[in-house]
Ligand binder design. Structure first.
Ligand code: FE2
Length: 201
């Protein structure tokens, strides 16, 4: 396991991260998982992402061309809930369209992460079939954010010439999401998107 380096501002980062996660936990507790609650969570994450100095390249290095993308764990509850990551990807890196089976929120620190949002067209009654169509695109730069309900479908695409550095937060650790679905839009198919591995802690 690779440890993130600890810089002089590690204490300030720990404090800011803890405060933000506490707010998110409280929002979900009071409002549940709704669009309104996610809007509040998105705002908390954007505020945390404004502190660019707390998440420097020296502590969270960008991925190599071979690695393509990295996820650094910033916070996670003992029961794996309320998991916060710094996500960084090289130019051109993309994910397939997928859902999360838990809520998700993203806020930009640096670089441009395009989020393409889809809606499912078929009713899911045929195993392996999964038709989606794109409904909007939003490019997340510093100060921007977006949030998704558990069944929302998105894909991410690094469209800046420099690596992205974005905060990603989920209602449950991405290492404990075994039932996410990923879609092949051209083929009209879907399959399980396995739980994430290789998270740096
Ligand atoms: Fe995602």
């Amino acid at each position: 396991m690779v440890q993130a380096q600890q810089s002089p501002n590690a204490a300030a980062r720990t404090h800011a991260v803890t405060e933000a996660v506490n707010k998110v936990r409280q929002i979900e507790g009071e409002h549940g998982v709704t669009r309104e609650a996610l809007e509040r969570i998105r705002t908390v994450l954007i505020e945390l992402a404004r502190h660019k100095d707390l998440f420097p390249e020296s502590d969270y290095p960008s991925p190599s061309e071979q690695e393509r993308s990295l996820m650094y764990l910033l916070s996670e509850d003992p029961d794996h809930r309320f998991a916060l990551y710094l996500s960084t990807g090289v130019p051109g890196r993309a994910s397939p369209p997928h859902n999360h089976t838990t809520w998700a929120a993203i806020a930009g620190i640096d670089g441009e992460e395009e989020n393409r949002v889809y809606e499912r067209v078929d009713d899911g009654s045929v195993p392996g079939k999964g038709e989606i169509r794109e409904v909007r695109r939003v490019v997340l730069r510093a100060g921007d954010g977006v949030a998704f309900l558990p069944n929302d479908i998105h894909s991410i695409h690094v469209v800046s010439p420099t690596p992205t550095r974005h905060l990603h937060m989920y209602g449950m650790s991405v290492e404990h999401l075994p039932n996410r679905i990923e879609f092949d839009m051209e083929a009209g198919t879907c399959k399980v998107f396995p739980a994430s591995r290789g998270i740096r802690k």
